[in-house]
Design a protein. Sequence first.
Length: 168
Amino acid sequence: MEVMEAIRARRSIRQYQNRPVAEEVLHEILEAARLAPSARNRQDWRFVVVNDQAQIQRVAAAAGQAFLATAPVIIAGVALEPEGVMRCGVPRYAVDLAIAMTNITLAATALGLGTCWIGSFDQKEVKKILQIPEAYKVVELMPLGYPAEQPAARPRKPLAEVVSYNHF
């Protein structure tokens, strides 16, 4: 699948087939995250792959989103330097992990898998479950698996409403 096709095909999947993700497929998806650009190429991130069913259940409970437990894998994107700020005033971790997790999403889509960006979870509880040090920050939880649903595309604003040239 070419890149624009993957971008257009991507959906937020909230129901997954009871089918494992092969290790080589998971590795390819994680490689997409590893290759993502980051501020000053610092790569201040860690991707915690949760594939133990009991652990997935605990993470789903901490997020208060039962559908997470239907995924065979959850990837937690973790910022190792949550205090770092770029010169423009934007936190590095938010941008860097958004890029890396988007790479995961697009690689997964291209390989026939689905994902969903999850930002609603109990930070303290997820860190405890995944044994993440206090100084770090979980930025996102991303379920990963073969879709058991095919949601329709959601509407997007026209290009003219989101793009301007040479000034705002």
